[in-house]
Design a protein around this ligand. Structure first.
Ligand code: FAD
Ligand code: SF4
Length: 511
């Protein structure tokens, strides 16, 4: 071979121009490495998912006629290759390959590793051809600004890609944003369709991880892995979502229930983050479904979905490249508390957290509002150190890759970015959780009480958070109402609430 092309575990896009024709001089390489399996403590299903998808992708490329060298964790460990560039270098020497090519990695860590290696040993980088924006589009759009408003970027993307626009270049229906319609509470009688799953025995990968002492978190009930790992399966999952769940995606986007982990969400983030599905085809499929049946799938459902992918997903990636590596160490609120140990076990009496965490440990999945308003909200108002919060989120979810994990966690959820992403902190008391979920019904704690043994810990922590950050947030017009409510409570009640919060913080492990 004269050319080695590296395929990273999250670059499984068979429609990339690399694969347009078969070239006998080119060999494609995929490596399962110790460094990738251990850069954080990953969920067992996350590593399993990546390895299975990489293996299936190698088989697919071979079927298409390409030459592929695949190295399992056994192979790379036996050869003593710790990192991806160790492995690339060794294979280049072994095969006598002169040219090395790779696609832009999405993680800062790997970007740096490959830049350094290429400076020393030569390397040509090309686009991953995955995103609808370029790495630096967000940085360019908001140059010199303290706040990066997602809505501004989203509208720009709608225009640029002509998605949900009318013939005059105006938003279809005349309205950009349907957020107001997308905060519905789930009616008890509404049925929730079961989503397609793609069961396979993951025993072989689990044994491999055990053989190499790879530390993991979470569980894989029955040893069965259920996420789609081939392109065919991902396309089936997309069809299932558009046919069965898009119909209520927007309306119940913020709802939470013990009845079902997924509700009307897509569960496509693993497929898109590994590049098995492109964001454009996912958006096009949803828009097509709406156009085919606008009576059933109303505009707010499809706009809500497009906003997540064309807006939030692309925007978060842009924020990542605008702000790394500083973003990874920001802690604007100077939070220092430890994240309670039960985040790793699910063993807490708080129903909402018990449910959201155990679901995450069992499925490596929680939907956005569970991540933001249950686990994220609690960590924020407790004052947990963003490093600890990041470590948990980067490990626990199957879709957790740093560019989209850290921006959501440290930025949107923990506000460690000082408000770059969000106009106000995503904090709430039990009131919001009780309104949007069925978690509070038979909880050990009382969502209405602020003080006393059975008072919901969210309540005192919420006011304590606002009180201790008063200087920072009091002037924020979106929070003025909350501070007025706090004032109205009077000194005695305030003192009792803050006393309860102090107790909660001190006994966080036992809640
Ligand atoms: P749906 O609700 O069905 O949304 C459809 C798609 O839109 C998703 O698949 C995803 O690609 C995209 N999307 C939606 N919201 C966001 C968002 N805020 N940022 C970027 N893309 C979005 N997403 C990840 O992919 N990886 C992560 O590691 C991750 N960590 C998060 C951590 C926290 C604290 C929070 C609050 C959110 C995080 N998100 C992350 C964003 C979001 O929660 C997930 O993308 C979503 O829950 C995935 O499930 P889904 O496919 O069912 O999403
Ligand atoms: Fe969560 Fe509090 Fe409701 Fe219990 S009462 S489920 S702890 S919000």
């Amino acid at each position: 071979y004269s050319r080695l092309r590296l395929i990273l575990g999250d670059q499984l896009n068979e429609n990339h121009s690399w694969f347009a024709k078969v070239d006998e001089e080119t060999v494609y390489c995929l490596f399962e490495t110790y460094s990738e399996a251990t850069y954080t403590r990953h969920h067992i299903q996350k590593i399993t998912g990546f390895f299975l998808a990489m293996r299936a992708f190698a088989a697919r490329l071979r079927d298409l006629g390409h030459d592929v060298l695949y190295f399992t964790l056994d192979d790379t460990r036996e050869a003593g290759w710790e990192t991806i560039t160790d492995a690339v270098d060794a294979v280049r020497q072994r095969e006598g390959v002169t040219t090395f090519e790779y696609q832009y990695p999405d993680e800062w860590r790997l970007d740096q590793e490959l830049i350094k290696y290429s400076e020393k040993a030569g390397g040509v980088v090309c686009d991953s051809e995955h995103f609808l924006s370029r790495r630096h589009d967000v940085a360019d759009l908001f140059k010199g600004k303290d706040r990066y408003l997602m809505e501004t970027f989203y509208r720009e993307m709608r225009r640029r890609h002509d998605i949900l626009m009318d013939a005059n270049g105006e938003p279809a229906t005349g309205q950009w944003n349907y957020d107001e319609d997308n905060r519905g509470r789930l009616p008890a009688e509404l049925s929730i369709p079961a989503a397609s799953t793609f069961e396979r025995d993951a025993g072989e990968v689990v044994e491999l991880l055990e053989r190499h002492d790879i530390p993991t978190m979470g569980r894989m009930p029955g040893g069965r892995f259920t996420y789609p790992v081939t392109r065919e399966e991902c396309l089936e999952a997309l069809k299932d979502f558009c046919g069965n769940r898009l119909v209520y995606f927007g309306t119940y986007q913020d709802a939470m229930t013990r009845r079902d982990p997924l509700l009307y969400h897509a569960n496509l983030s693993f497929a898109t983050n590994t590049k098995l599905l492109s964001p454009r085809e996912v958006i096009d499929a949803a828009v097509r479904s709406w156009k085919q049946d606008p009576e059933r799938i109303t505009f707010n459902q499809v706009e809500g979905f497009v906003r997540q992918i064309l807006g939030w997903r692309e925007y978060m990636r842009g924020v990542y490249w605008a702000k790394m590596p500083e973003f990874a160490t920001t802690n604007a609120l100077e939070h220092r508390a430890a994240l309670p140990g039960w985040y790793w076990t699910g063993d807490t009496k708080m129903n909402c957290l018990n449910h959201a965490i155990n679901q995450s440990l069992d499925r490596a999945y929680a939907h956005h509002i569970q991540r933001l308003m249950i686990t994220g909200n609690f960590a924020l108002i407790l004052g947990a150190h963003p490093d600890e919060v990041d470590a948990w989120y980067l490990g626990v979810y199957i879709d957790a890759i740093e560019w989209v994990e850290i921006t959501n966690t440290r930025g949107m959820s923990q506000r460690a970015d000082g408000g770059l992403i969000a106009t106000k902190p995503y904090c709430s008391s039990a009131n919001y959780i009780n309104k949007m979920s069925d978690y509070c019904k038979d909880c050990h704690y009382n969502p209405k009480k602020h003080t006393g043994e059975k008072a919901c810990p969210f309540n005192s922590l919420y006011w304590d958070f606002l009180d201790r950050h008063r200087e920072r947030f009091e002037g924020n017009y979106r929070m003025a109402f909350m501070y007025k409510t706090w004032e109205r409570k009077g000194a005695a009640q305030q003192a009792a609430i803050l006393e309860r919060a102090a107790w909660v913080k001190e006994h966080a492990e036992e809640l």
